[in-house]
Design a protein around this ligand. Structure first.
Ligand code: ADP
Length: 469
């Protein structure tokens, strides 16, 4: 069952209950008022009869009983009987058959106590409200009067009211149900529009959006939320497409070089020495591809959240000292001065292997982009206020243009493509550096000036535990 039908059903059921309750209330109220008016009429007639009795036992047929709307006595006393003190009937008024005479009521009236009850008429066709009351002269009971008012007019009025209420309520319910169904349809129309738009959106066409209703209501918020989600998906798919294109391009270059070298070698017979040279060059390209593939795999695992890092206390100062020591020869071979400022003992929680990889990437970059004669400075310091350890690698190299900085950490991005490729970079190094820093809850910043040098700073949260020895 659709929401529209369900809403209408709930709403109509609730309304039916309410209308029934109100109808029942109105009917009960009118019934009470009518009963009260009948009893008032009885009392008024009794008073008139009693006044007449002051002049001796009245002959009922001589009584003129006038209804008095002002006092609420609107019902005519159609039956009046008078009894003497012995209880024998003295006379009857009205055209109707005699009233039934409940013996018990009669004897009570003779003892001076009035009695009101509802009885069936002699022919049993109608119900009669019957007052049996003493006629008194001063404090003396001089007889008994019996006054009856037919309940038939009140009952007819009530029956008509019930019919009118039932018909009115039924009509109101039909109108409410139809109107409710229509209103629900109007309110839900934007959802239909969203459903048909959403079903036409596929991963090949993520530029489409759901229509947003003009009002700032829940449905508009729903549409906006969906649209924001589609925008994120679109962005993610675009990134994935770029990544795949860049990755294949990246692998194709070494393959083309390999192919070229092999073709050239095969063109003429060569000496074993020449073949060895070609194979050595081939191995360089193969190494390069292997590095790219390794880094790609690592990034893919990090992207999927599958890269599980160890979380062990790592003495950052020792890690930096060791890495710099092992790497010093490479720097010297490239004609660079490598300076390590003596680091203070610092502990972070993390993965030692990955942190070493991070530092090596920064050192490699500094070496690749700094001409011979330059200088690389490595520092480690604690920022106690921010509770982080800061490792910085500074060089006096070519620098990075300011407009390249925002994209520096994107996969395969290179500030100076030709130079970077010559230097043997894959364009994935900084992406990995940032990933590793992120996974440690840290961050990477860069300060650079073209022609002067670059400084990369990695901040890692300090371990809360005291430093192990
Ligand atoms: P690559 O493997 O090409 O070095 P990275 O992701 O490590 O890739 O670096 C991205 C780009 O950032 C590099 O191509 C280079 O243009 C620039 N870059 C990185 N480090 C430095 C640096 N220390 N000095 C100047 N440019 C740098």
């Amino acid at each position: 069952m659709g929401i529209r039908l369900r809403l209408t059903l709930y709403y109509t059921t609730l309304l039916a209950l309410l209308v029934a309750l109100v109808g029942w209330g109105v009917h009960a109220l009118v019934a009470r008022l009518l009963a009260r008016d009948v009893d008032r009429s009885l009392q008024l007639i009794a008073r008139q009869v009693n006044e007449a009795a002051g002049r001796g036992l009245p002959d009922p047929s001589s009584l003129t009983l006038i209804p008095d709307p002002a006092s609420g006595a609107v019902f005519l006393g159609e039956f009046v009987q008078i009894f003497d003190v012995q209880g024998s009937p003295r006379g009857v008024a009205g055209k109707r058959p005699r009233l039934p005479v409940p013996a018990e009521a009669l004897s009570r009236a003779l003892r001076g106590v009035a009695d009101v009850r509802t009885v069936a008429s002699a022919d049993g066709r109608e119900r009669i409200r019957l007052l049996t009351a003493p006629l008194v002269d001063g404090r003396r009971v001089t007889g008994v009067m019996q006054i009856g008012v037919s309940l038939a007019p009140a009952e007819v009025t009530l029956a008509r009211l019930a019919t009118a209420l039932a018909l009115g309520c039924a009509a109101a319910l039909v109108v409410a149900a139809v109107g409710g169904y229509w209103l629900a349809g109007v309110a839900l129309r934007p959802i239909d529009a969203m459903v048909s738009a959403a079903s036409s959106i596929s991963h090949t066409d993520l530029s489409r959006r759901l229509p947003e209703p003009p009002y700032r209501d829940e449905l508009a918020r729903l549409a906006q939320t969906f649209n924001a989600m589609i925008a994120r998906l679109e962005e993610a798919f675009a990134r994935l497409d770029r990544f795949a294109a860049d990755a294949s391009h990246e692998l194709r270059t070494p393959l083309t070089i390999l192919r070229g070298e092999v073709d050239l070698a095969l063109r003429h017979p060569r000496t074993p020495e020449e073949y060895r040279e070609v194979l050595a060059s081939n191995r360089d390209e193969i190494d390069r591809m292997a590095t790219i593939v390794d880094q790609l795999l690592l990034l893919a695992r990090a992207e999927k959240g599958q890269l599980v890092l160890a979380r062990e206390p790592v003495r950052l100062d020792r890690l930096v000292e060791e890495t710099v020591r092992q790497w010093r020869d490479l720097a010297v071979q490239s004609g660079l001065t490598l300076v390590l400022e003596p680091p203070p003992p610092l502990v972070v929680l993390g993965d030692e292997l990955r942190l070493r990889e991070l530092l090596l990437n920064l050192l490699e970059n500094a070496r690749k982009y700094t001409p011979a004669g330059g200088r690389i400075t490595v520092r480690l310091a604690a920022d106690e206020a921010a509770r982080v350890a800061r490792i910085s690698v500074e060089d006096t190299g070519v620098g990075i243009p300011a407009d390249s900085v925002p994209r520096l950490f994107d996969p395969f991005f290179r500030a100076d493509a030709a130079r970077a490729r010559d230097a043997g970079g894959s364009g994935l190094g900084l992406t990995l550096v940032k990933r590793i820093a992120d996974l440690h809850g840290g961050s990477v910043t860069v300060d650079s000036e073209v022609g002067k040098g670059t400084r990369f700073t990695v901040s890692l949260p300090l371990a809360e535990a005291p430093a192990p020895v």
